[in-house]
Write a protein that binds this ligand. Structure first.
Ligand code: ADP
Ligand code: ZN
Length: 825
């Protein structure tokens, strides 16, 4: 029974609110909240929208159009998910369409511009089973290659192209075209089986008679009987792939075809999951140490009256093992769990550990997956409600869980949980807490260096707090040595970017058969090029930043927009051949390491060496199996990785990390330094960390040396209180972007003035951010500090109204881009 003739539909567009469509009578029965519908929007465009609800009446402001069709009778977006979307759109001041866009894979939200191609795994034989119109489209794709949905519409004249495409994708005949190199598609495998009943001995005899004299056919038949265990009573018949069969029997498809034609063998095709690692669980849960068991007990008891609990466990205390126990508990209650990690590298390391415990109840999800792979995980979660645990990076919060009992956010302090661009600019940690809440589940935050806001909430009783302050098996905290680079320079005890002390420690580790990690937070070869004569520094044409020299690519690259330029041979300003590169990036550090330690093998892990899908896995495997001695890397190597052989960690330049113009710089520096130190001495060998700096007396460095989180926190929270920064207020950055700097300055000050009329001294700015132009757009930033108990929907409404008002009165505002960043990180 249709509840109402109108539906409210969320469209993947950055427009406020949802849109009302009329529901044709015939479609009424099939629609529910969360279903996908195809609707027209704008001139000759269609989108896949999500039904947000039913509307009793047509809106008066615009003429209501009819929805074209309903794609699913079962919702693709479940109720708690929709609730999360609504919350995100309110809290992060974005449209619900922005959230939808980020949340759902392209393959589930086909629109006019979606490009398709034929799936090469799908052949003419498969195609013969397609209905007529689908077959025509498939043939079109075969001959024309990639086509947009609207082009297919034009070529065929069919009116229901989106629906047809959806079906073709579901049948594995077409795939959504992606630009990603390492593309994956629904995987289809061909199989062969005996065509008569197992019990039919008569038929078996007849079969052999039928191939008598044809040696190769007889051989093939025998092989199939054997491989499938067809004649072995009591064992189920096994599936045999065509490939395996032909390989074993050393036969060709022609011979197989002969058997098919004689009616003895059948061929069939099946879509196999590429995630069908289908391993059964092999390991029991790890037995916990006394300290770990006590922490687990406290977490359970804390969950009785807190929705969120912080586990403050020092590095290598065995947080992962505690998580495993909690996950196991949740699964045994018939519920699902989400395990968030900040880096894809960590999913790689965890997969092996957790696969052994949870078998194929473990799913992985992150941004290196192609759209096709994401669709497959969505479908799996939509199909069944069975208990499973998903390990993933931040986008995993969007998956369609049926009954989420627990969210774990590991390394909850980590910056990579924050999505910076595009909208929604959200923090996956905070969304995970909301998501668990929407499901009536719990959240466990884990960290050795909790975010200041998180620890504050734990101390004030909003979150539960459980501390685990000893390393597993009594491993000691690594010893931290502060290397004063100014002093070393004076004594000439420096080679390139390394002090002699650091070199000696790394050399000793390698000599003793142990491993070392060298951490540096800049990628590329050198962060800057410069003319030695006139000091001219080449900058990006589109952004206000100096260019990084990449030696392997032999070019200058902008790390903000990706533009690349040749390294000039002569200075374009003074004409001298004096252009040189200045400073150190990981690429150069790796070269230095190879020169200084010729006896050692090195690896590098940074954005540039991990672009391919499996590169993380390869690097981590090689280093864990001790095929290399020294791992050079950026932030990626600091987070949560567990290598048993590492005894030495060297931080090339701590000053880079400490001197960052931001209220969070001390917190960030403490986390990074403490975390990278935590990679050393994780088993029986003691760890040794060398931190190179020119400001050895800096309080952050002192706190890290003492491994004293509480001392760091106590100093930091006082600063935040005095200057009214989070957690004492909520920050919102309003970023204004424009092509014309003069116009931007005018608009920005006008905007800030109006804001001040509304919000008073809660407004600061406009100010130039550290990088004040990116991709040809100038940027200004206004900071808004609102009280913690302020209603975000209200703030959003005020900001929306102000923008609408200014737009209608100030024509230059039309080319302004306005972005809100709530809880900037
Ligand atoms: P954290 O996440 O707290 O840094 P991990 O969970 O990675 O620590 O544990 C550190 C190391 O100690 C890992 O190699 C882990 O396998 C081992 N470990 C910790 N707890 C146990 C346990 N209960 N049983 C066996 N090994 C453990
Ligand atoms: Zn640029």
């Amino acid at each position: 029974m249709p509840i109402s003739p109108y539906i409210d539909v969320i469209l993947p567009l950055p427009l406020a609110g949802s849109f009302t469509y009329a529901l044709p009578m015939a479609m009424g029965e099939q629609v529910s909240v969360g279903s996908r519908v195809i609707v027209p929007f704008g001139r000759k465009k269609f989108y896949t929208g999500i039904v947000q609800g039913f509307s009793p009446a047509a809106p008066k402001e615009y003429e209501v159009k009819e929805a074209l069709c309903v794609l699913d009778s079962h919702p693709v977006v479940r109720h708690p998910q929709l609730k999360l979307w609504e919350w995100m759109s309110d809290y992060y001041l974005c449209s619900i369409g922005d959230v939808y866009k980020a949340a759902v894979p392209t393959g589930l939200k086909i629109e006019s511009e979606t490009r398709f191609e034929a799936n090469p795994d799908f052949d003419a034989e498969d195609a013969s089973t397609l209905p007529e119109r689908e077959l025509l489209i498939w043939q079109l794709l075969q001959t024309k290659g990639k086509l947009e949905a609207k082009e297919i519409e034009k070529e065929t004249g069919f009116r229901s192209v989106p629906t047809l495409m959806q079906r073709l994708v579901e049948r594995g005949a077409a795939i959504v075209s992606e630009t990603i190199v390492d593309k994956y598609r629904p995987k289809r495998e061909k199989y062969a089986r005996i065509a008569f009943a197992r019990a039919d001995e008569e038929a078996l005899r007849a079969a052999f008679a039928a191939v008598k004299g044809a040696k190769k056919q007889e051989m093939l038949l025998m092989t199939l009987l054997q491989l499938s265990g067809f004649t072995r009573a009591g064992v189920p018949v096994a599936e045999v792939t065509q490939q395996e069969l032909l390989d074993k029997a050393q036969a060709t498809t022609t011979i197989l075809k002969a058997l098919v034609d004689k009616g003895l063998v059948e061929r069939y095709t099946k879509e196999v999951s590429r995630f069908a690692a289908s391993q059964a669980a092999v390991s029991p849960l790890p037995a916990l140490s006394d300290a770990q068991s006590e922490a687990l007990r406290q977490i359970h008891s804390s969950f009785k009256d807190k929705q969120t609990v912080l586990l403050h466990g020092v590095t290598s205390s065995g947080k992962t093992e505690i998580y495993a126990h909690l996950i196991d508990y949740v699964l045994s209650q018939g519920m699902q769990a989400l395990y968030l990690v900040p880096e894809i590298a960590l999913t790689t390391q965890l997969t092996a550990r957790l696969r052994a415990i949870f078998g194929d109840r473990l799913l992985i999800y992150h941004s290196k997956f192609t759209d096709n792979e994401r669709v497959e995980i969505w479908r799996r979660l939509l199909r069944g409600n069975e208990p499973c645990v998903v390990v993933g990076a931040r986008s995993a919060i969007f998956l369609p869980f049926a009954k989420l009992g627990l969210c774990i956010v590991d390394e909850e302090h980590d910056q990579s949980y924050k999505q910076f661009d595009p909208a929604p600019r959200y923090n996956a940690r905070d969304c995970a807490i909301m998501l668990a809440h929407m499901h009536g589940g719990k959240t466990l935050l884990g960290s050795a260096t909790p975010a200041v806001e998180t620890y504050y909430k734990a101390l004030s009783g909003k979150y539960g707090l459980v501390s685990l302050l000893e390393r597993y098996k009594g491993a000691t905290q690594p010893e931290i040595e502060i290397v004063d680079m100014a002093k070393a320079a004076k004594k000439k005890a420096i080679d390139a970017s390394f002090a002699d002390t650091t070199i000696a420690a790394v050399r000793q580790a390698v000599r003793d058969g142990q491993q070392a990690i060298v951490f540096h937070n800049r990628r590329g070869f050198a962060p800057m090029a410069r003319c030695g004569k006139c000091q001219y520094v080449p900058k990006c044409q589109y952004c206000d930043v100096s260019l990084t020299y990449h030696k392997r690519a032999n070019s200058l690259v902008c790390h903000y927009c990706g533009a690349s330029y040749p390294l000039p041979e002569t200075c374009p300003v003074c004409g001298e051949a004096a252009i040189d590169v200045v400073g150190y990036g990981t690429e150069r550090i790796e070269d230095e390491v190879d020169r200084i330690f010729p006896e050692a093998k090195s690896l590098r892990m940074d954005l540039d060496t991990t672009r391919n899908k499996n590169s993380y896995e390869n690097l981590i495997d090689q280093f864990s199996q001790r095929k290399a001695d020294i791992l050079v890397g950026t932030q990626m190597v600091t987070k949560g990785l567990d290598f048993g052989g590492v005894s030495v960690v060297a931080v090339v330049n701590a000053d880079n990390i400490i001197n960052f113009p931001d209220f969070r710089s001390a917190e960030r520096a403490f986390c990074i330094l403490e975390q990278v130190s935590g990679r050393a001495g994780r088993r029986d060998i003691p760890g040794h960390v060398l931190i190179q700096t020119r400001t050895p007396e800096h309080p952050v460095i002192q706190h890290v040396q003492a491994h004293d989180y509480l001392a760091f926190y106590t100093a930091e929270i006082e600063e935040r209180r005095v200057f009214s920064y989070p957690p004492f207020t909520r920050l919102i950055y309003i970023r204004l972007k424009h092509r014309d700097e003069r116009e931007l300055d005018e608009i920005a000050s006008l905007y800030a003035d109006r804001l001040r009329q509304l919000f008073g001294n809660r407004v600061q700015g406009p100010a130039k951010p550290p990088v004040a132009r990116v991709q040809s757009l100038f940027i200004r930033q206004i900071m808004l500090k609102v009280e913690l108990n302020a209603s975000m929907p209200k703030v959003k409404q005020i900001l929306r109204d102000l923008y609408a008002h200014l737009r209608s009165t100030t024509p230059t505002l039309r080319s302004l881009i306005l972005q809100y960043d709530v809880d900037p990180y």
